[in-house]
Design a protein around this ligand. Structure first.
Ligand code: DQA
Length: 145
């Protein structure tokens, strides 16, 4: 049964109450429900969130070992975590799929958000469409499998 790992970085556990003007007022449980409803029958959505860089890197190692496609919102790690970048490359360099997603459009925000150290090793990037960023990434994953 194909599994898609939907991995979320720091502070995304606060979705729903965190800056709703930027990130919306729905939480991760609502995102999980929306992605589960979008996934074709037989696909599993394994959505996780952590504030811990090492834990997120460990989950990417898991994807590198299993070959599971990844939808990754690296949150603030996007902008500076070379450790996360190297772990993302472990997924994509051998041919695996990792799509970087963002709820907001970081390029329309503060200058420090304009840099992503992840994009260069991602299969693709979708940003600015709220939960639809994840949904579009999922449609790409299932469509290309
Ligand atoms: C974010 C954008 C990042 O700049 C920010 O640090 C986040 C969320 C987004 O989904 O729009 O935490 O990744």
């Amino acid at each position: 049964m194909p599994t898609v790992l939907v991995l979320n970085g720091p502070n995304l556990g606060r979705l729903g109450s965190r800056e709703p003007d930027v990130y919306g007022s729905a939480d991760l449980d609502a995102l999980r429900a929306e992605l589960t409803a979008t996934a074709p029958a037989g696909w599993t959505i394994d959505l996780r969130q952590t504030d811990d860089e090492g834990e997120l890197i460990g989950w990417l190692h898991e994807a590198a070992d299993s070959g599971a496609p990844v939808i990754l919102n690296p949150a603030a790690f996007t902008h500076y975590s070379y450790g996360l970048r190297d772990a993302a490359a472990l997924v994509t360099k051998p041919g695996g799929t990792l799509i970087e997603v963002h709820l907001s459009n970081p390029h329309a925000r503060e200058t420090f958000r304009h840099t992503s150290v992840i994009s260069g090793v991602a299969s693709g990037v979708i940003a600015g469409f709220g939960f639809d960023s994840y949904r579009l990434a999922l449609l790409q994953v299932v469509g290309s499998s």
